[in-house]
Design a protein around this ligand. Structure first.
Ligand SMILES: Cc1ncc(COP(=O)(O)O)c(C=O)c1O
Length: 384
């Protein structure tokens, strides 16, 4: 019997990543090259998006997307407060104004109807996040963006493997970003990818991530750019991981399905509901305690007794974070009118935030471990 404490993060590497990294070191060509390019080809084939551009991390990918679509200081970008802080920070980077709109109670994703109501003449873009790997309602957002002539940006950092009617996340927006951070479904340690079906945006991102150079390289700089390149050490890990993505996703899905069946039997707890035709990428499996008297802090302690790691995630919403409370300290406040974020309220997000926590869904779980997690869920929340 395996007696490990069941982790919610367990980086899955085989000897092949090591071999590939050693090959890069031995080649002495550490900068972006063979493997990062190979990874981009594999990622395009996997997602079906025409262009994939690697970069240093998911936050850099978001920043590149904001720059590429041409957001200007004062432009409003509508997004969700129920996400990692990088989503809204990237809007702040370019002087644009995050406008937080509430999520749907069942999917925990940005609500298209509420977004429509929130659009003003200052709105330039909509940025849904596929939270925990469940796609946002991208068909509704695409229609809305087309109808109102807005840019649609997908924060797909958590969504490798997420699909709607078989179409992979990243194909719905004008531009989309993924993270390859070490905990994600697909990893390179630190790393990111920008994807787009728009050739012009792809060329801009390629240039922006490389000091605003022309695509021929050399020392011609046609725009203000950054150094957001990834190294080929990261590229090597990502490329090898790509070959195992289906297997890794299947394992996550098997774990999540197992938990959903257990939770279906317990009246007081729930999970993200998956709309018909949507494929959850199962990056994070979170339990919803809105209707339970047992709250995340207590539950996490009890999971520990079962040797299962669990943790609350976005208990603090983005607009409740100190960087938004103190937005006047941000340099763009000198010339951009930010709202008083302490006055913003998204009631559903405010309920879900402190009422959810993560349990392990990592690919390495064995049947015995899945059962141990299930047993813990039943023991803590009781069968109805
Ligand atoms: C929704 C979301 N957006 C953006 C990011 C930023 O990605 P990175 O950590 O690679 O910078 C993350 C990373 O965790 C994320 O979860």
């Amino acid at each position: 019997m395996n007696d490990r404490v069941i982790p919610f993060v367990d980086v899955s590497l085989t000897g092949k990543e090591k071999e590939a990294v050693i090959e890069v070191i031995e080649s002495k060509r550490l900068i972006e090259g063979k493997y990062s390019k190979e990874f981009e080809e594999k990622f395009k084939a996997f997602t079906g998006v025409k262009n994939a551009i690697t970069c240093a991390n998911g936050t850099a990918a978001l920043h590149l997307a904001m720059e590429a679509v041409g957001l200007k200081p004062g432009d409003e970008v509508i997004t969700t407060p129920f996400t990692f802080i990088a989503t809204s920070n990237s809007i702040l980077f370019v002087g644009a104004v995050p406008k937080f709109v509430d999520v749907q109670s069942d999917t925990w994703n940005l609500d298209p109807e509420k977004v429509e109501e929130a659009i003003t003449e200052k709105t330039k873009a909509i940025m849904p996040v596929h939270i925990f790997g469940l796609p946002a309602d991208m068909k509704a957002f695409r229609d809305l963006a087309d109808d109102k002539d807005l840019i649609l940006i997908e924060d797909a950092a958590q969504a490798h493997g997420a699909r709607i009617d078989g179409v992979h996340a990243g194909n719905f927006g004008d531009i989309a970003t993924f993270s390859l951070y070490a905990t994600k479904n697909l990893i390179s340690g630190e790393g990111g990818v920008v994807v787009t079906n728009n050739e012009e945006l792809a060329e801009k991102v390629e240039s922006l991530k490389n000091h605003g150079r022309t695509l021929e390289g050399g020392y011609k700089h046609v725009r203000v750019g950054f150094n957001y390149r990834m190294t080929d050490l990261q590229g090597a890990i990502a490329s090898v991981q790509m070959d195992r993505i289906s297997e890794l996703l299947e394992k996550r899905s098997k774990n999540a399905e197992y938990y959903r069946k257990i939770i279906d039997e317990i009246e007081t707890i729930d999970y993200q509901h998956i709309p018909k035709g949507f494929t959850h990428a199962d990056y994070i499996f979170a339990i919803d305690t809105r209707n339970s008297s047992i709250k995340p802090k207590e539950a996490v302690e009890k999971f520990k007794e079962h040797r299962v790691m669990a943790r609350p995630i976005y208990a603090t919403l983005s607009y409740q974070q100190q960087n938004f409370v103190n937005i006047k300290e941000w340099r763009w406040s000198a010339c951009v009118n930010y709202p008083d974020y302490t006055k913003i309220h998204c009631p559903i997000s405010e309920k879900i935030g402190p009422n959810h926590f993560e349990i392990p869904v990592v690919p390495s779980l064995t049947q015995e471990e899945r059962e141990r997690v299930a047993h813990a869920i039943q023991g803590i929340f009781g069968k109805s």
